[in-house]
Write a protein that binds this ligand. Sequence first.
Ligand code: 8YV
Length: 321
Amino acid sequence: MRVLISIGERNFPRDVAEGLEALAEVIYLSAREKGYWEALREAVALVAGGERIDEEFLDRAPRLRLVARFGVGYDNVDVEACTRRGVYVTHTPGVLSGAVADLTWGLILSLARGLPGADRFVRERWAQGLERLPFGFDLEGKTLGIIGLGRIGAEVARRAQGFGVRVLYHDVVRKPELEEAYGVEYAPLEELLRASDIVSIHVPLLPSTERLIGERELRMMKPTALLINTSRGRVIDQRALLKALREGWIKGAGLDVYEEEPIPLDDPLLRLENVVLTPHIGSATRETRRRMAEACALNVKAVLEGRRPPNLVPEQRIDDR
Ligand code: 8YV
């Protein structure tokens, strides 16, 4: 049996792979590398990054029984096509929520206090003593609107308590236990957009969340508000966001994800001063990436041993319903 790992050794350390080697031949090859498609033909399990896994892909993987997504989001995987062919799809929920929530707060603080500009100022101009940096703003007493109060959104809310921030949330379901635990208040989306000083997005990319934030929604936000996105780029209409940032409908944005990744170097968003941009690093800490690899390994091991993998995506958890 063969396991193909497409996310590299840095993400899936050799010692984690060792646990699988008694059961299968483990091959590391990324989708861009030579030999990948050949290796895929014999693979029973694939540990997948962001490559598109659709019918065409599955045609080239006749022995595949498992797509183990290295990440919580699986919008790059056609789950229905996998299910039709008897291919399990798993993901890594839970283990990365804290890391993504930390980065979310990092982006909020970077914008509130102008950290990237302050850093440049110290390196390039402070000693000249001519200019002053603009003031930032306090977080205490401000309102944070969380769109999507799932595992990651809840961690963002938990951290908000320490900053003395009032939290509104919007979700497709109400979460009374989180309202109680973190003092968060439910609000319809429009109300949240109008009332929040900071709006942070934590929804999965689905047909219903694609371009959830477009021109109409951006125009509802306060001109002083910040928009943070560490979920998926396509949840925001990026052209509308560019317009909003240029024309001052909102004050700034902190983005870790983009409609196209990597975002092209000539994208006009990269020229704006009122944005802080990171390259999809929400889960990129040593501890979190290791936990993600270990979670994938458990799923792979289960399938190699003929068991049902523990972290099936909700669409495939039929027995649990
Ligand atoms: C990526 C992520 O999976 O968890 C997710 O859904 O977006 C990230 O953790 C990671 O960059 C590897 O593809």
